[in-house]
Design a protein around this ligand. Sequence first.
Ligand SMILES: *Cc1c(COP(=O)(O)O)cnc(C)c1O
Length: 400
Amino acid sequence: MTETTTGLLKLGREYGAHNYHPLPVVAAEAEGAWVTDVEGRRYLDMLAAYSALNFGHRHPRLIAAARRQLDQLTLVSRAFEHDQFGPFCAELAELAGMDVVLPMNTGAEAVETAIKVARKWGYTVKGVPAGQAVIIAFEGNFHGRTTTIVSFSTDPDARADFGPYTPGFRVVPYGDLDATAAAVAELGDRVVAVLVEPIQGEAGVVVPPPGFLAGIRSLCTQQNILMIADEIQSGLGRTGHTFACAAEDVVPDAYLLGKALGGGIVPVSAMVSSWPVLGVLQPGQHGSTFGGNPLACAVAREVVAMLRTGEYQARARVLGQRFHARLGALPGVGAVRGRGLWAGVEFTSLPGREVCERLTARGVLAKETHGNVIRLAPPLVISEEDLDWGLSQIEAAIRD
Ligand SMILES: *Cc1c(COP(=O)(O)O)cnc(C)c1O
């Protein structure tokens, strides 16, 4: 087998489905913020797997936790309890300031869990007539790839030709509190939940106007609607807070977590909420073979322990200020959005793909989102020197 980049790329294209359009890098190993490809070239990772690598590649604490668990127990299914399950749920619930945790694997599954729980809560607690529940979501949303989730996507690539679509969703403009209130007024007691990303990652790191999240919170409280915050990308330190909702002092009725919860090692997701909400589920009504498995719980417990120190949130806050100040001063940049170590950089004329290709050649990994926007989310463990170097490569790439 060819070990060269071109050979491996060709193999992937020949035998792997074309549902992604990867940049021409074939990674072989990585540590911290740095990735080495099959030819020994090094790259600074300024994407961090869309925040799944918040703690960098192969963080020693996380690798040690995984190794310990690999030598003990990896899977029992939820037919039995194991010694990591209770502690994981308790520790994550405490970090989130909530009562109860329902673990799943991927982010999409956490979102599906929330949709099912919100509907069941609507019928059994709120008293919505059978089959009438509506969940409000927002234009530009990204919540995953299942048939139900793409049913309320507004991205034609994500949605077209995958119907028939799941009913029961109303989509309103993101950041528009009046439109949200109008939808609630029109739909009345049928509305069971508002599903919101505190910052929209996939849409290009879109930050809603101040007061939006707080407004959604009070609307939901007044109308007896669940506010469900999809913090799968925004949560766990990225924005300088454990949860992005905290920037507006908002506490939702449920957090959806994923990506960084698995420490870049295993997929771990969760819905974290209160007993009145998650308590609607009885045995047999929802589940997952791998959800809450021992390896996942052991790694996620270490993630929670690391977040409890506040060190990573602080790094995101402090380095984030430097990051945004320097990005804002770059030539050819129209707008810089985001918070903490997370940015959507909109170029005035350069296509995002072009910038990312130039960056790859310069040893920096980043990813375009839509049109002229690139997304930057370096690992929170990145050093100040490396961050500065990465930013200078972005500046050079713009001038290339
Ligand atoms: C990535 C993401 C998801 C889906 O997670 P998967 O693990 O890819 O299924 C859902 N919501 C948000 C906000 C995300 O960024």
